[in-house]
Design a protein around this ligand. Structure first.
Ligand code: HEC
Length: 178
């Protein structure tokens, strides 16, 4: 009997290690809002089906993220500052895209949000009727997420994936050109 005693703490230690390792593997999968888990005709999604960016080792970025760079700078940067960096008037969206739930992000852009009182006059307009925003909202979101994750440097992205036929078709349908 006495010979088995020293083994118990070792077994416990091994079990604890095994549990720790399993936990470590599970945790990022449950909370990872960034890593691309699948590519659907040039659109990338996380394991939870939330749009995300994809940047290859040679720096080639996915089309949506590239498109988001352009759309952000035509529709959002006047208030939110260049490259999602924020301004004295509106928050840094590169942070919002990481910290906010995707569906909340979409909701604020669609319906707008206001903080108007004696101390503040902060108005995010509703873009729900603006096809130049709504048809490119996932593009803008993935671009901002890439900026917030420090995966994409400032400036015009150099190398990009081709625009897939599926993305072209969806864009035409969304803009009402079909
Ligand atoms: C006219 C100025 C203006 C424009 C243009 C604008 N925003 Fe905003 N936005 C704001 C302000 C101000 C706020 C803060 C609102 C508040 O205090 O509730 C805001 C808030 C947001 C938020 C919530 C951020 C957070 O962390 O809570 C999101 C998301 C957002 N804007 C996305 C966009 C996107 C995407 C575009 C471009 C399509 C855009 N905004 C264009 C002024 C603007």
């Amino acid at each position: 009997m006495t010979r088995t005693r020293p083994a118990l703490p070792i077994i416990l230690a091994v079990l604890t290690l095994a549990a720790g390792a399993a936990g470590a593997q599970d945790a990022p999968a449950a909370t990872d809002n960034i890593a691309a888990a699948r590519n659907e005709n040039g659109r990338y999604y996380t394991a939870d089906d939330v749009p995300t960016f994809n940047i290859a080792k040679d720096g080639t970025i996915d089309w949506m993220t590239y498109s988001g760079f352009r759309r952000y700078h035509s529709e959002c940067h006047v208030c939110h500052g260049p490259e999602g960096e924020g301004s004295s008037y509106a928050p840094a969206l590169k942070k919002s895209a990481i910290e906010m739930d995707y569906y909340d992000f979409v909701d604020v852009v669609t319906n707008g949000r206001k903080k108007v009182n004696a101390a503040e006059n902060s108005v995010m307009p509703a873009f729900g009727e603006n096809v130049n925003v709504m048809c490119y909202l996932d593009d803008i979101y993935t671009y901002l997420k890439a900026r917030g994750a420090d995966a994409l440097p400032r400036g015009r992205p150099a190398k990009k994936e081709a625009k897939s036929d599926a993305i072209k078709d969806a864009e035409k349908a969304c803009l009402g050109h079909e």
